[in-house]
Ligand binder design. Structure first.
Ligand code: AR6
Length: 174
């Protein structure tokens, strides 16, 4: 499913983000960049040990990454140039503004890295407990900020349920 937003194209798809050929893959990480579960584990396993190694080194040097912020590593064996690790909020603990910041800062960082294409998962909708609907609404709102960016933004949803919700919301909001 494709949406034209000015010079930017948003592609909504169902699948495994680790298989995508894009310049930047965004990860849904925790503040310690310990990629122990969910999409983070999939990225870390498929990309190889370099991603976790660089992540650990990043936290050692700069400290934990706060919710709403991002950190960059190489992409190891993935078909991408970089992984941007975005820390989303825990539902009910931190606010929606942190989820918006995580999405916004991921895309801004991708642009800073010279990326033309970036793939995002549904940040915070797994272990961190966000309802898909709320994530889809907040994500759509942030994507509209990038209409002049000339990017290809792939939103990659893993579950049938999540894909259904994102499809409904994106059709209304984009
Ligand atoms: N491709 C795309 N999306 C995926 C994939 C995949 N291969 N695998 C899972 N998802 P989560 P969070 C979806 O839990 O909620 C981790 O342990 C999944 O269906 O990965 O931000 C981190 O290390 C869900 O919709 O991230 C952190 O500790 C979405 O990815 C913590 O979880 C996000 O689920 C972060 O929690």
């Amino acid at each position: 499913m494709e949406f034209s937003l000015g010079s930017t194209t948003v592609v909504l798809m169902k699948g495994d983000i680790t298989a995508l050929e894009v310049d930047v893959i965004v990860n849904a990480a925790n503040s310690y960049l310990e990629h122990g579960g969910g999409v983070a584990l999939a990225i870390s396993e498929k990309g190889g040990p370099r991603i976790q190694r660089e992540s650990t080194e990043y936290v050692r040097k700069h400290g934990p990454v706060p919710a709403g912020s991002v950190a960059v590593t190489s992409a190891g064996r993935l078909r991408a140039k970089y992984v941007v690790h975005a820390v989303g909020p825990i539902y009910g603990v931190e606010g929606d503004d942190k989820l918006e910041s995580a999405v916004r800062n991921s895309i801004l960082k991708a642009m800073e890295l010279g990326a033309k294409s970036v793939a995002l998962p549904a940040i915070s909708t797994g272990a961190y407990g966000y309802p898909y609907e709320r994530c889809a609404l907040l994500t759509a709102r942030v994507l509209r900020e990038f209409r002049e960016a000339g990017l290809r933004i792939v939103v990659c949803i893993y579950t049938d349920e999540g894909f259904e919700v994102f499809s409904r919301i994106f059709r209304k909001e984009l």
